[in-house]
Design a protein. Structure first.
Length: 108
């Protein structure tokens, strides 16, 4: 992964703007050693949880991409059989509106 932790700071949003300002002003006061240890442990636990969730999301996305590729291949094979049957029967295959994008991978 990356050298630096991915989750370093809280993002400032309008909803958290006031809270962030309060947090910044409170950081000017020194913490006791016990409070500092507690917050550092909390930070480490939260960072690990976020990294684990990110890894799990990537694994799930990989499985979904694999499944989509498999389904697209099966769809192409079914379309070939459909077109071949139409040819053998001497009928024109029905145009499919989704056929244009059937080879393109959906965005994920």
């Amino acid at each position: 992964m990356e050298d630096q932790p991915r989750y370093r700071r809280l993002r400032r949003t309008p909803e958290l703007g006031r809270r962030s300002a309060v947090m910044e002003s409170s950081r000017k006061m020194p913490l006791s050693e016990e409070a500092d240890r507690t917050y550092r442990r909390t930070l480490e636990v939260a960072q690990r949880q976020l990294e684990e969730i990110d890894e799990q999301i990537e694994r799930e996305l990989a499985m979904v991409r694999e499944r989509l590729a498999d389904l697209q291949e099966k769809r192409r094979a079914a379309l070939q059989m459909y077109d071949a049957a139409c040819t053998m029967l001497g009928i024109e295959s029905e145009p499919r509106s989704d056929e244009e994008g059937s080879d393109a991978e959906p965005p994920i």
